[in-house]
Structures are given as structure tokens and as C-alpha cells.
Design a protein around this ligand. Structure first.
Ligand code: ATP
Length: 306
């Protein structure tokens, strides 16, 4: 009996790994609304990571040739630094993160990591070094532990728990009916946007990639959740090259550089303080968002006192 059950379990395990792998990729493409259309160049090399420096050089990109989205974008994310992209809705912020992950090829200019053009290296080697915390994380119909361990399948239970702790989600998991063994996803317990994002952060902590892309959720989070997520992100992005696609300006204050995108071009760039002093687009976005936040807080207080 023992002899038979071991191989069968193993086959089940492999099957599940493959199925989940496919689901992951399919769901991710669906999520990002992109079609897999990029292919490796014949003889493409493996990306070799030295320090993880990213460079966008005069990047031109359009989904549809009639409608250019990025019109000559140049910026660097030096190794270990954090650059935040901000700008009005539709400016092309998330597009930048998709291009770095090479979901699409650009039409002009170059994107490099440690001097290697993304088009010259294999997609597998590129994606291995990038950790992506997307706006809306898709969870597998499996346990919380499985969903976190996905970042590094060989991780021990202790490592999974430690990652959950750093991602500020351990306390919440403890309150679930079966703790780390609680089934989540579409057919299990549904988690909120903020909780899912913290599961994604825990996953990324386990993967421990040299490069990180954080695409913030557009949806409003309450102040405590936002604070928890922010402190988790601060831990993950420390000493890693990080590109933040920012929707909430409160998270970009500490970025080494902020790029303000408008109509596919860089309208302003600099640190938070320098950009406020400039009293331009960033400053007006900042003031508007602060007013909106204050109005929300007031509304919440009124509701709470009712
Ligand atoms: P938001 O802050 O609202 O998330 P964004 O700055 O991240 O916006 P992007 O998602 O980069 O904006 O989109 C930039 C533009 O490209 C938008 O006008 C969008 O409609 C268009 N776009 C995005 N994805 C596709 C696609 N797959 N096919 C065609 N057009 C697209």
C-alpha cells in the first residue's frame, strides 16, 4: 500500500503544480488585460544581475499604433533605490510596470537592467528577478499558507509565518477559522483588497527578488490598513531596486525620485519636497488628494457618530 500511495501522491502533487502554474499565468494575463505576445529572441541569453539597476531610455510605446501611450520616457532606478511614478489616471503609469516585466515590447528606445536590453534576455530569467505586487492579487483556491509559499515553494512553515509577520498579515490570519490552513480564493474565504495585497507582499518577501514592482491599489483603504501596508512595503523595498506605481501620494513621500507622468511624457521629476516647492502639477495633485482625504475622514467621523 505504501509503495503505491507514494508515487500517486507525487503525481497528484506534480499535476497540481502544473495546473496552478498555468492558472497563475492565465489569471495574471487576464488581470493585466494583456495577451502573451512577446517571444524570446532566438539564442536569447539569461539575464545576469549585478546590482539590479534599471534604465528606461527614450522609451516609445503604443498598444495601438494610432494612439501613442509613452512618448519618449527616460529615467533610471539606481540599484537599491526607489522611484515612484505618479500622474493622472490613464497617463501610462501601469504601462511602465508592464513594460519592465516585458508583457509587451517597446517600439522605440530601450529598457535595460544592469545594461542588458530586455529584448536580448529570456523572459523566464527576467521574471525570476522581479517581484510584482499587483493592484489586485489573484489568490488560488487553496490555503493561505499555499498562497504565501507560492513565492518560494521550498520555504519552510517557519519562513511562511515569518513572511506573513513582516507583511503585517499574520495577526489577521490567526483570526481565520483554520489559521494558515484556511481555504481562500473564489471558492473559499474571500479576502479584502488590502488583505490580498498583504498576502502578495508576504509571497514577495519569500521570493526575495532583487527588483520589485509595486502597483498600488487604486481603491481607497482605511488609514490603519494603508499604514500597515506601507510599513510592510517599506521593509520589502529596503535595499531593493523598487519601482512604485503610486495612486496614493502618501506612499511616495520617501521615494528617492518621483516621476510625474502626463500624456505619456515626464512633466516633472524630483523629490517630494522639491516638487512641492515647484508648485506645479505634483503640488496641485498633492493638495487635491489631501483635501479629498480630509473630506473622507470627516465623512467617516460623521457616520461613526450617527
Ligand atoms: P490609472 O491611474 O487609471 O491606473 P495609468 O496611468 O496606470 O492609469 P495605464 O493603465 O498605463 O494608465 O494606461 C494608459 C493608457 O493605455 C490608457 O488610456 C489605457 O486605456 C490604455 N491601455 C491600457 N491597457 C491597454 C491595452 N491592453 N490595450 C489598449 N489600450 C490600453
Amino acid at each position: 500500500l505504501l509503495q503505491l500511495s507514494v508515487p500517486l501522491n507525487f503525481i497528484g502533487f506534480v499535476y497540481r503544480e502544473i495546473r496552478q502554474g498555468l492558472t497563475d499565468i492565465e489569471q495574471m494575463f487576464e488581470l493585466l488585460e494583456v495577451e502573451p505576445e512577446v517571444v524570446d529572441k532566438p539564442g536569447a541569453r539569461e539575464l545576469v544581475i549585478a546590482r539590479g539597476a534599471i534604465a528606461f531610455k527614450d522609451v516609445h510605446f503604443a498598444y495601438d499604433p494610432e494612439r501613442p501611450i509613452l512618448k519618449g520616457i527616460s529615467f533610471d532606478v539606481p540599484a537599491g533605490k526607489t522611484v515612484a511614478i505618479v500622474g493622472p489616471s490613464g497617463a501610462g503609469k501601469s504601462t511602465i510596470s508592464r513594460l519592465l516585466y516585458r508583457f509587451y515590447d517597446i517600439q522605440g528606445g530601450a529598457i535595460t537592467i544592469d545594461g542588458q536590453d530586455l529584448r536580448e534576455v529570456t523572459q523566464a530569467s527576467l521574471r525570476r528577478v522581479i517581484g510584482m505586487v499587483p493592484q489586485d492579487t489573484v489568490l488560488f483556491n487553496d490555503t493561505v499558507a499555499y498562497n504565501i509559499r507560492y513565492g518560494r515553494p521550498s520555504a519552510t512553515e517557519a519562513e511562511v509565518h515569518a513572511a506573513a509577520e513582516v507583511a503585517q498579515i499574520k495577526h489577521f490570519i490567526r483570526t481565520l477559522p483554520d489559521g494558515f490552513d484556511t481555504k481562500v480564493g473564489e471558492r473559499g474565504l474571500k479576502l479584502s483588497g488590502g488583505e490580498k495585497q498583504r498576502v502578495a507582499i508576504a509571497r514577495t518577501i519569500l521570493k526575495s527578488p532583487p527588483i520589485l514592482i509595486l502597483d498600488e491599489a487604486t481603491s481607497a483603504l482605511d488609514t490603519t490598513t494603508e499604514h500597515d501596508i506601507q510599513s510592510a512595503l517599506d521593509v520589502v523595498s529596503k535595499n531593493r531596486t523598487t519601482l512604485v506605481i503610486a495612486h496614493r501620494l502618501s506612499t511616495v513621500i520617501s521615494a528617492d525620485e518621483i516621476i510625474v507622468l502626463r500624456d505619456g511624457q515626464i512633466a516633472e521629476r524630483g523629490t517630494h519636497v522639491a516638487l512641492l516647492e515647484k508648485e506645479g502639477l505634483y503640488a496641485s495633485m498633492w493638495n487635491r488628494q489631501r483635501e479629498a482625504t480630509q473630506a473622507e475622514e470627516q465623512l467617516r467621523k460623521v457616520r461613526e457618530s450617527d
